[in-house]
Every structure is written in C-alpha cells, then in structure tokens.
Design a protein around this ligand. Sequence first.
Ligand SMILES: [Zn+2]
Length: 183
Amino acid sequence: MGADEGKSKKTARRIPFPATLLEFHRWFSEERACVDYLYQSRWPEGFVCPRCGSRGEAYRIEAYRRIECAECKHQTSVTAGTVMHGTRMPLRVWFNGAYLVTTHTPGFSALQFQRQLGIKTYETAFQMLHKLRAAMVRPGRDRIHGDVDVDETFIGAKKARKTGAWGSRQGNGCRSGGDFGSR
Ligand SMILES: [Zn+2]
C-alpha cells in the first residue's frame, strides 16, 4: 500500500452515511454491503487503478474485498488506506464499531465496545476502539479540514489520524498508552 492509494479520498464525502441506527442496520446488514460501501466511497465514479490509472475494468476477488486491475494486474483492497487495512475481523463488526464510536461519548469503554460487538478478546476490542478513535472526527465538533464528516474520516482514516481527530483539543489524538476508558 503506497501513498498513492488514497487519491480518491477527497470525493469520499459524496457518499452518504446512514443518519439513524435503523438506517445503519438496513444498509449494512450483510458483509457484502460493507465491502460495496467502501468500494463506492473510494471509487465513486468507477474503479481507477492506483498504479496505472486505467479505468473501469477490474476483477473483484476474495469475497469482493480485493480488486485486481485488468490492465496491469495490480491488486488493491477496499480496506487499503483505512483503519481496517489487513483486518481479519468481518467488516460488519468494524462498521458497527465505527457507528458506536461516532455516536457515543468519549467515555465509551473498550469493555462496552467488546460486549456490544461480541468481540472475543478484550485486547482485540481495545485495539479496534483505539484505531477507530484515532481515525475519527466527531461530526460537527473537531472540524479539521473544514468539512470533514463521519464517512470521510472513516474511509480516509490515515489522513484524519495525522491531524489528531479524537482528543485533538488536547493535541494528543493518537496516544499509544491507551487510557480511553477514562475520558
Ligand atoms: Zn492497473
């Protein structure tokens, strides 16, 4: 995954994000819907190969999560450039986690997160929550690039993390020590 993987991020916010919990569950009831959402967010006007720039033709492989350019055979993933990159956790769990993080106060604990999502180990839940928190900007709150909102920060996670995102008021959005439960 190179830096060029994220060129289409600017367009990500054109893709709407569910406004309510009911809508959220309707949209993302299946794994495939999450994959397609990421795909749509990254390439709203159809696939563009991040390596050779060719458009349109691409193969969807590995349960549609990977995309292979028909022209140069370069492979990329719908999760490239996001906090979900390289994950083995179902995207549905990540999506639900992202929803929880954006709709709860910063005091939401890793234990609550683990329980609500049915994640097996506390450690995994803690890591996921940490990543999501580091990546996300609370809508209408910490406006970093002027018009950042939930879906864009979710998709373009790395960009948001650099600028602080959660906890950016104190300028420590990406602590490694991990004291999220106390905020
Ligand atoms: Zn290509």
